[in-house]
Design a protein around this ligand. Sequence first.
Ligand SMILES: *Cc1c(COP(=O)(O)O)cnc(C)c1O
Length: 400
Amino acid sequence: MSESAQRGGALFPTYARYPIALVKGDGSWLWDEQGNKYLDFMCGIAVTNLGHAPAQVKEALVKQLDELWHVSNLFHIPNQEDAARLLTENSCADAVFFCNSGAEANEAAIKLARRYHQKVLENGRYEIITLTNSFHGRTLATLTATGQDKVKEGFGPLPEGFRYVPLHDQAALEAAVNEHTAAIMLETVQAEGGVYSVQQEYLEFVRELCDKHGVLLIIDEIQTGMGRTGKLFSFEHYGVEPDIFTLAKGLGSGFPVGAMLAKEKLRDAFAPGSHGSTFGGTPIATAAVKATVETIVREKVAEQAKQAGAYLTGKLKETLAGNPFVKEIRGKGLIIGIECVQPVSDIVTEARNRGLLVVTAGPNVIRLLPSLIITNEEIDHGVQILATLLAEQAASTVKS
Ligand SMILES: *Cc1c(COP(=O)(O)O)cnc(C)c1O
């Protein structure tokens, strides 16, 4: 074994890690090893939507830990059946497949779309159209689906059957659809890609185009789902229903779990043996899902996110008005991007030094993903740190 002097030297260097380790979390707050306290405006990248260690989910997990951890999917799993029923009762979907991550959920969606065309409709279609600047995951199929070259470098040859068109270019999309097209897959807010929301008119156009050509619409709700945008699922804002949608991130409040959901007509495209996962939907994972969905629905958390998002956006617009370093503030609910005129990585670092955790979305965009239970006082606190920092940045940029 070779020695590495660096902390975490026995790990692959797949992440540019911040020089702190967080060891405790409660609601919207985190503490590091030294006892420094941080206001969390990133939530493990849109995962801890109910805050850290939410009591309702913790209780369900502790209870399940006492009873049973894991059984094979060769058995009925009551929590999994309940979680699926809750998700279908609260969405346009009729069937759920549980897996362990976002990439796996999208992988399942791609497989289901292809299998539906090839085995149910027997038309041989396989192609998936996605958008440039999208993000759909890191497995070979989902990184291929992702419309960004940086995630593909050095991983070829990539799977066939993907095509890309720019967001909001209706003509390009129409031209890309052909006799091989199985599905169009998109996020309603391109989150990793810079916080760009899909326009109403475009999504309606996509839905109509899909219907016209017998193409499935897959919506990737992995970052936007579970209440974050102000609705349980972000497509609800549009009055447009996908045929398939995917969840992960906020689905288990921090317990790793993903899900692929689809309409009734797609149910029998999967048969016993055609897809599966050892860990998909274990009693523990689906205890977390059940408690998370129940809490979000019962406590109207999406509505809270809508109000908190409006308050946070309003405060940002007020305090950053006229700041020449800031180009645009945009987003939906509690997924907000502050686009700046220059790279923002130093600002993210300095915000952390001042006790506020935020993340980027591309080089020039600060992405804010607070918990959905954030209070107005906490928002005021975070905005004050950001506004001060961005005012200093504007002053020094103008000088230099
Ligand atoms: C995070 C994310 C994924 C990938 O999820 P993993 O759990 O990291 O595999 C896919 N799509 C979107 C929109 C995401 O935000």
